[in-house]
Structure formats: structure tokens, C-alpha cells
Design a protein around this ligand. Structure first.
Ligand SMILES: [Zn+2]
Length: 146
């Protein structure tokens, strides 16, 4: 796994484009623009989209799909290294989402149950401790006074 990919994916639009490339067998720049507008309510400029597609192409992550019927619409599809690249990016986002959730998550100091919104806070030796309920708080504090 390399951490120094030449293409940075820091924007939702780019992430979305990669998702489209992965879910469709092939997709045109025009369809990408339409989907960005429809699904993401983002108006990305054609330059932005084609610039990104071009970068992916230069890296060998996507290739042109020959479309014999139409001369003007050119589709793109992921290459095998493109699939690896997308999976790498996706797994990084997975980790980010996990971290984001975990940072919000509190745990009952007594029983270890995960706490979301409703929980009991008790001041103990000058420290705020989180508990799932008053009973857990009492059990915890009592165990210190035995
Ligand atoms: Zn508890």
C-alpha cells in the first residue's frame, strides 16, 4: 500500500467521480457532470471534471472506451490499477469515518457500554466521568470507597 499516490482526493466531487467510475461499467464526462448536479447538487465545471479524468488517465487508472455508435461521447472505465487506486482511497475514507464516529463516542466508565446522546456525567476526583446510568455511576464510585 503506497501512501504517496500522485492524485489527491480531498474533495467530495472527486470522491464521487471515483465512486461513479467504480459502479458503472463505463461513464462519459458528460454523465459525470449530470450526476454531480443531480445526486450531489454540485455544479462542477466541465474543466474540473475533465481535468481530474485526464489526471486519472495519465496515471493509467482509467482508459477510453471506444464507442462506435457515437463520435462525440467518449466513455471511460477503470483499469485494474484504477480499481486498486479507488479501493485504496475508499479504505482511507472508511478509516476517516470510523475515527469521526469514535471521537464522538463515549464509554461508560463503569460497565464499558457505548454512550451516544443520553448519558450520566458525574464529577469524580475533579474529573468528569461518563456513565450509562446513575446506578453505574454509584457502583463505580462505591467501588472506590470500599
Ligand atoms: Zn454503565
Amino acid at each position: 500500500m503506497s501512501e504517496d499516490d500522485n492524485i489527491k482526493v480531498q474533495s467530495l466531487s472527486r470522491f464521487f467521480i471515483l465512486m461513479l467510475l467504480k459502479s458503472e461499467t463505463s461513464i462519459t464526462g458528460y454523465s459525470i457532470l449530470k450526476r454531480l448536479d443531480k445526486d450531489l447538487h454540485t455544479t462542477a465545471s466541465p474543466t474540473y471534471v475533465y481535468d481530474f479524468l485526464n489526471k486519472l488517465k495519465v496515471e493509467g487508472y482509467i482508459e477510453d472506451v471506444p464507442t462506435p455508435k457515437s463520435k462525440r461521447s467518449k466513455g471511460f472505465k477503470l483499469t485494474s490499477s484504477g480499481f486498486e487506486f479507488v479501493d485504496r482511497i475508499f479504505s482511507r475514507f472508511d478509516n476517516l469515518i470510523e475515527v469521526a464516529i469514535k471521537s464522538k463516542l463515549k464509554i461508560c466508565a463503569s460497565c464499558g457500554v457505548k454512550l451516544y446522546e443520553d448519558f450520566h456525567v458525574e464529577l469524580f476526583h475533579g474529573k468528569e466521568l461518563n456513565f450509562c446510568c446513575k446506578h453505574c455511576a454509584k457502583a463505580y464510585i462505591d467501588s472506590y470507597h470500599k
